[in-house]
Design a protein around this ligand. Structure first.
Ligand code: EPZ
Length: 418
């Protein structure tokens, strides 16, 4: 288990480059398996979720080499269509692999990924989408066997703009006969990145970033090199760290367009934000103003993956804030941890009422999920005294050594592994 020891009270100052995107890298790793060729990915973030995904690809028969932030994946010889149970359970986003394994091998076997810290995480929309393409789905106990000998293009209407379901259908549709139209598709930038990768690999996908994605089945996949886009959530987390510490930070290598909802809310708390085409600079007030109301929504709305970080910021605001978590049903576990630090907040279902306090006090707290854990580190930056964040390995799922990133901006955080 790892812990992060955060000494509070420093204003963050300086410039840092955004890491590669976890939520772009994972579906693109799944897509690399679809190509059956050698694919070289660069700017791949060094995260435990990425390591997990590459381990699953290797168990499926891929040969993977890593050099620095580059991964070379040869998926020409797959040996099985069965996703390894333990690794798949550890990372629910392995479910993206269903679409690409099915596309390659005409069959896929997976274990229900089950819920996780932030909610039940069902996969009904994934399975409905694959069924619309003609896949036969057999479920027994916790295992799913999907057969898709001849997938046929179809109109897939998603009941909810699910990111994962959109990506899974895009991947399976690349191998279907005919055209697939995904309606009510998720519009996240990571979907656009997946489309860019697939087209660069020789497939035919259009419309990503809008609610209608069109995939023309077939295509002649070929070898390629592809650079993973920057992580907008990691960038937003660093900006919010600058905000909560009353500091002055610039995040480079990130397009402000991907973070407009986040920037709007940071400005609403009193931060001065200026943008260049590939960087965002923030100067924070001594104490943030409250957010009268913040709703998490599918893109381009305020990302649910930034909710916890804003929660910590609001916890030290000069007023009472309301945050509504519309995307996941159980994503306020950081609230109780902030109360241990002296925060005042009440949770009513999907609504949090956060009464800003003058001061948080360093304490021993526990990371319960990825973004909640990062939010506790941010709270520790502001707190008086020392905050110990336990289960910090959960934070490593989505951040490349968050302590090193923050220390490069003047924070004082020490990691201890035991
Ligand atoms: C992706 O998860 C991201 N993960 C999540 O990031 C992110 O929070 C989420 O999209 C929303 O933006 C990756 O990209 C690897 P969804 P995903 O399907 O695809 C419900 C992080 O911290 N739903 O858009 O699982 C679901 O329960 C992680 O980086 C169904 O009901 O999200 C949730 O309430 C956390 N049935 C809502 O949709 C389904 O079949 C959004 O889920 C699928 C989803």
């Amino acid at each position: 288990m790892s812990i992060l020891i955060v000494r509070g009270g420093t204003k963050l100052e300086g410039e840092i480059c955004a890491q590669g995107s976890k939520n772009a890298a994972l579906p693109i790793l799944a897509a690399s398996l679809l190509c059956g060729r050698t694919v070289r990915l660069t700017n791949v973030p060094r995260l435990s979720d990425v390591a997990n995904m590459t381990a699953i690809l290797c168990q499926l028969g891929c040969v993977i080499q890593q050099d620095g932030d580059a991964l070379t994946i040869d998926s020409s010889r797959l040996t099985t269509c069965v996703l390894p149970e333990r690794l798949s359970k550890e990372m629910r986003s392995s479910i993206f692999l269903l679409g690409s394994v099915l596309g390659r091998l005409k069959e896929a076997v997976a274990t229900y990924p089950g819920g996780c810290e932030i909610g039940n995480r069902p996969i009904d929309l994934h399975l409905q989408g694959l069924k619309r393409l003609g896949a036969e789905i057999h479920e027994d106990g916790g295992r799913i066997r999907i057969k898709g000998g001849r997938l046929k293009g179809a109109v897939v209407q998603l009941d909810y703009p699910s990111v994962g379901a959109t990506e899974n259908v895009m991947l399976a549709a690349c191998s279907a006969h005919g055209e697939t139209v995904v309606q009510n598709a998720a519009r996240e930038p990571e979907i656009v990145a997946l489309q860019d990768f697939l087209n660069a690999a020789g497939y035919h996908v259009n419309g990503a970033g809008t609610s209608t994605v069109v995939i023309r089945g077939g295509g002649t996949p070929h070898e390629l090199e592809y650079r993973i886009m920057p992580d907008r959530i990691a960038a937003g987390t660093l900006l919010t760290a600058g905000a909560i510490s009353g500091g002055n930070v610039r995040v480079t290598g990130i397009s402000p367009d991907m973070l407009s909802a986040v920037v709007d809310k940071l400005v609403a708390t009193g931060c001065k934000v200026s943008s260049e085409p590939d960087s965002i600079a923030l100067i924070a007030p001594e104490r943030p103003k409250e957010l009268e109301r913040m709703d998490t929504l599918p893109y381009p709305g305020l990302p649910t993956d930034m909710q916890a970080q804003f929660f910590s910021l609001c916890q030290v605001a000069d007023g009472t804030s309301v945050i509504v978590e519309n995307v996941f049903e159980n994503r306020f576990k950081h609230a109780q941890e902030l109360r241990i630090m002296g925060g005042k907040n009440v949770i009513y279902g999907r609504t949090a009422v956060i009464r800003g306090v003058d001061k948080l006090f360093g304490a021993k707290v526990t990371a319960r999920d990825l973004r909640g854990g990062a939010a506790l580190v941010l709270a520790g930056l502001r707190a008086e005294g020392v905050t110990v964040v336990e289960q910090a390995e959960i934070i490593d799922r989505g951040y490349e050594a968050l302590e090193e990133q923050l220390n490069s901006l003047g924070a004082s955080i020490e990691r201890k592994d035991n």
